[in-house]
Design a binder for this molecule. Structure first.
Ligand code: NZQ
Ligand code: ZN
Length: 389
């Protein structure tokens, strides 16, 4: 049974090959002072930077830049950006990039007018902003996180080996607008493309593998998963397949704009395990998830057996004739593994740089949540990481 919920998503999306044209109109809604945030330089190579800067100039904006936001953005980079934004003044933060750049822009948005330390306030105490929030808009260049239509922000503190996400309750942290041109994602290296694809798939799994009811969210989740599988198979063969790449972009947004979590419990333990791997290795987010997923799902399968059976039949078309429920569920996970291998995803954390002597940090860096089919103990987490090695 669906529980009580409120759904409000204020992000305005512009989708398609001509989406950037809409940046003109959006910029006219804000004052002159713009802070332009981007990553390590991909947007300069593929021309997106020039196109965006031209529009900013045409609209007469006064722009300060925060360049070099790294994948898995750090608290140190955030503090540097807060200084830049405060000195320049800021009416709008324009993020051009993937999840790292957009997450960073949101963390900046809630910190510029706040005197407290952002790490302690937002990522340790998980407080809501108690100051003015600067509006954020974005031009999305990498598909996976859903950051373009949610209030999540993930920041890493490398020296503490902690990578922590905060999903803000305040909807004004969400981007006011997101510009989504699937063509922009075609310059992504294959490794990033497939990492993003698995990130999408796992966001859906995290919201699907919990609860025992039969609700709208689960049917939406199954439809999205089927499309991610189909489109990903086409995209790895031909990365320029516009239909496949645009479907993946749209799937990613719906996978994590909070819709499919409404009225049901959610798990998120794969992300907690993956974030611990990310904190210790700085590996690509989607790959940290792919490397821990199968050991985790095999471990909890018996606790959520009916849902794993449903997953095998509805998502992977397992023909259940003459099989026990456990066999059906295991066959579903086997098909998932075959698909992951087909894409070329990482299935072992060792390949991401994790070593046995990191086990204590991995276990201690894993936040234990209670929304899924089983609340893990520290020893069980250690076992799962060992299986994932
Ligand atoms: O930095 P540049 O040079 O731009 O290169 C980036 C980066 O190296 C490159 N890239 C992006 N668009 C490109 C491109 N290269 C060529 N052509 C393009 N069009 O791709 C690399 C990865 O980018 P990044 O933004 O780090 O990837 P992603 O979108 O996967 O974001 C990962 C971050 O988002 C967090 C992750 O933890 C991680 O920190 N997440 C955010 C979530 C949210 N806001 O809800 C949820 C997710 O579960 C996730 O945790
Ligand atoms: Zn993710």
């Amino acid at each position: 049974m669906l529980g009580n919920f409120t759904y409000c998503n204020p992000t305005k999306l512009y989708f398609g090959k001509d989406a950037l044209e809409n940046l003109h109109g959006e910029l006219q809604k804000y004052g002159k002072k713009i802070v332009l945030v981007y990553g390590g330089g991909s947007i300069k190579k593929n021309g997106i930077y020039d196109d965006v800067v031209k529009i900013l100039q045409d609209e007469g904006k006064d722009v300060a830049e925060i360049a070099g936001v790294m994948p898995n953005p750090t608290i140190h980079k955030l503090r540097e950006g807060i200084d830049i934004a405060r000195k320049h003044g800021v009416d709008l933060i324009l993020a051009v990039g993937g999840g790292s750049v957009i997450d960073y822009a949101k963390a900046l948005a809630v910190s510029v007018h706040c005197d407290e330390d952002p790490w302690d306030k937002y990522f340790i105490r998980f407080e809501e902003p108690s100051c003015d929030i600067v509006p954020v808009g974005d031009v999305l260049t990498m598909v996976g996180t859903g950051s373009e239509m949610n209030a999540g922000s993930v920041i890493t503190y490398p020296e503490k080996k902690l990578k922590i996400g905060h999903v803000f309750a305040d909807e004004s942290v969400m981007p006011r607008f997101s510009i989504m041109n699937p063509v922009y994602t075609m310059t992504l290296p294959k490794y990033q493309m497939i990492a993003g694809i698995y990130d999408i798939f796992n966001h859906i799994c995290e919201q699907y593998f919990s609860g025992e009811d039969d609700n709208t969210s689960d049917y939406l989740a199954e439809g999205l998963m089927r499309n991610v599988i189909e489109a990903s198979r086409k995209a790895v063969v031909d990365p320029t397949d516009y239909e496949a790449r645009s479907n993946l972009m749209w799937d990613a947004t719906w996978a994590l704009n909070t819709l499919i979590a409404k009225g049901k419990s959610t798990d998120w333990m794969v992300h907690m395990l993956g974030q611990a791997v990310g904190a210790c290795t700085n590996a690509t987010h989607g790959m940290t998830l792919s490397a821990v997923s199968l050991p985790y799902y095999r471990f909890i399968m018996k606790d959520g057996l009916p849902k794993f059976v449903r997953f095998a039949k509805a998502v992977w078309n397992v023909d259940a004739d003459g099989m026990s429920d456990e066999e059906i569920a295991a066959a579903g996970l086997e098909r998932m593994k075959t698909w992951m291998q087909e894409l070329g995803l990482v299935l072992h954390i060792k390949e991401l740089g994790a070593t046995e002597d990191m086990l204590d940090d991995l276990v201690n860096g894993t936040l234990i949540l209670d929304g899924g089919y089983r609340v893990l103990t520290k020893d069980e987490i250690r076992d799962i990481f060992r299986q994932a090695m």
